[in-house]
Design a protein around this ligand. Structure first.
Ligand code: HEM
Length: 465
């Protein structure tokens, strides 16, 4: 009995101490911390993070902290503060993502801090607008090849269809055809393992491998695949001309420690994980909107004329003429943008009237930022025409659009992303007559990392034109 009373007393004291002492700084933003020490608001937040952020914004104002699983996440929701988020020297990208990188790609802390800057510059340098023409015709061949494997007609999940084409095509395009698996059984195994890895990535970024056995096994399988691909890339590197080297061949000369395959896996994930849901949503929005569908197909037919629908060539110049389709893609990105992006506060930083303490993870939500009617009137509506105002020829997006982040760590793959999504959507709409068999699904509220996944099924019927 004494033991029970003692345990209860200690427990109550811990909770009281936690409630009284945590976060007493009067300049800190309001903090939602639940009542369970360490866990804080983790359960409520984890159930539906995007909805939680919207409710908290209404209740606590434009800057608020969520205390969850031992971490303080401070959300900044006003556009006027985004510049500080992206440009301030008091916040740091690497310190914010190091732990998730360790959990998802098993890269040590030392290696990450040593090689991340060079890795980032490499991707930025290889995927400039100017370099895209080196990649686009091969990507188009790969898309055609993988689309033809679907047969002349069929039906299935639209998301699965997009995945089964984009996974192998983008891997071959960025990491090299001769380095990528060619045997159909291995390609299928790659698709299955990569899907498990991608779907579990958000949980994998927070939890140790022992809690996610199937996911950890897929990660190991992918790492050994990357290991083999690197051996091939190293072999072929000497005989390849500098201008035609793949991203993997460049990576081989940049990363000089044992984590080279791990960086390869992370790069592959970054190139697919956000782009695939957007290709899905762009197609789903277009197909569920008859007038948009008609307009898009008319423009594609006008630009591509009477091409062979089995081997359709789409050049970078032709993509430029397909402006309406590009608006559709940007509108899909706007509506299904990443749930959150993050920086670590390294020195006290002032936002509104608050001082955010070092150690906090500073967060902005592109998903919610894109629903501000001041920047995007009728924010929930899919309106491709709103992009007419953007100066896309000069690569300027609409004001308030932050899907690719900003500052030094802005997405280095954004031009490649737009090109690959534009191309796959063009090819699918040109080659097939498509009908959606389900109503347009809502986005899932479960995820904060990356672009949004559909909450329900979305099947499609397709027939070769
Ligand atoms: C629609 C598709 C995409 C979206 C919405 C997207 C969005 C983002 C965002 C929000 C970030 C973080 C930026 C920040 O914190 O300021 C990021 C980082 C990154 N993205 Fe993308 N991305 C997409 C496609 C791609 C593609 C296709 C690639 C590669 C080919 C890529 C490579 C990367 C890499 C390597 C980083 C990390 C940058 C660093 O370490 O500093 N992304 N992306």
């Amino acid at each position: 009995m004494d033991f029970v009373i003692l345990t209860l007393s200690v427990f109550i004291l811990v909770i009281l101490g936690y409630l009284v002492f945590v976060d007493t700084n009067p300049n800190s933003p309001p903090c939602i911390r639940g009542w369970i020490p360490w866990f804080g608001a983790a359960f409520e937040f984890g159930k539906a993070p995007l909805e939680f952020i919207a409710q908290a914004r209404l209740k606590y104002g434009p800057v608020f902290t969520v205390f969850a699983a031992g971490k303080r996440l401070t959300f900044v929701t006003l556009h006027e503060d985004f510049h500080t988020f992206f440009m301030s020297k008091d916040v740091d990208f690497e310190q914010a993502v190091q732990e998730p990188v360790h959990n998802t790609a098993s890269i040590s802390k030392e290696s990450f801090y040593k090689f991340h800057p060079a890795c980032n510059s490499l991707i930025k340098g290889r995927l400039t607008q100017g370099n895209l023409s080196l990649l686009s015709s091969h990507l188009c061949e790969e898309f055609n090849y993988n689309l033809e494997l679907l047969g002349s007609k069929g039906s299935g999940g639209l998301s699965d269809l997009v995945r089964s084409v984009m996974y192998p095509a983008v891997m071959s395009n960025l990491l090299g055809k001769c380095n990528s698996p060619s045997c159909p059984a291995t390609v299928q195994e790659f698709k299955d393992k990569f899907r498990i890895y991608d779907e579990g990535f958000e949980y994998g970024s927070q939890l140790p491998d022992i809690f996610l056995r199937e996911w950890a096994k897929s990660k190991q399988w992918l790492l050994s695949l990357l290991d083999n691909m690197i051996i091939k890339a190293e072999g072929s590197s000497r005989s390849t001309e500098a201008g035609t080297k793949t991203l993997l061949q460049h990576l081989v000369t940049t990363i000089t420690d044992k984590f080279l395959p791990n960086y390869g896996l992370l790069m592959l994930w970054a190139s697919l994980a956000n782009a695939i849901p957007i290709a899905f949503w762009a197609l789903a929005f277009i197909l569920s909107n008859p007038s948009v569908h008609r307009k898009a197909v008319e423009q594609i037919t006008e630009v591509l004329k009477n091409q062979d629908t089995a081997q359709t060539g789409v050049t970078a110049a032709e993509l430029q003429k397909l402006s309406y389709l590009k608006w559709c893609i940007l509108e899909a990105i706007r509506l299904r943008a990443p749930g959150a992006i993050t920086r670590r506060v390294v020195r006290p930083i002032k936002i509104q009237n608050y001082t955010i303490p070092p150690g906090d993870l500073l967060m902005i939500s592109p998903f919610w930022a894109h629903r501000n009617p001041k920047y995007f009137p009728d924010p929930e509506d899919f309106k491709p025409e709103r992009w007419e105002k953007a100066d896309l020829v000069k690569n300027v997006f609409l004001e308030g659009f932050v899907a690719f982040g900003g500052g030094r760590n802005q997405c280095p793959g954004r031009w490649y992303a737009l090109m690959e999504i534009h191309m796959i959507v063009t090819l699918i709409l040109y080659k097939y007559e498509l009908t959606l068999l389900d109503p347009l699904p809502k986005p899932s509220t479960l995820h904060l990392v990356g672009t949004q996944q559909p909450a329900g099924p979305c099947r499609v019927q397709y027939k070769h034109r």
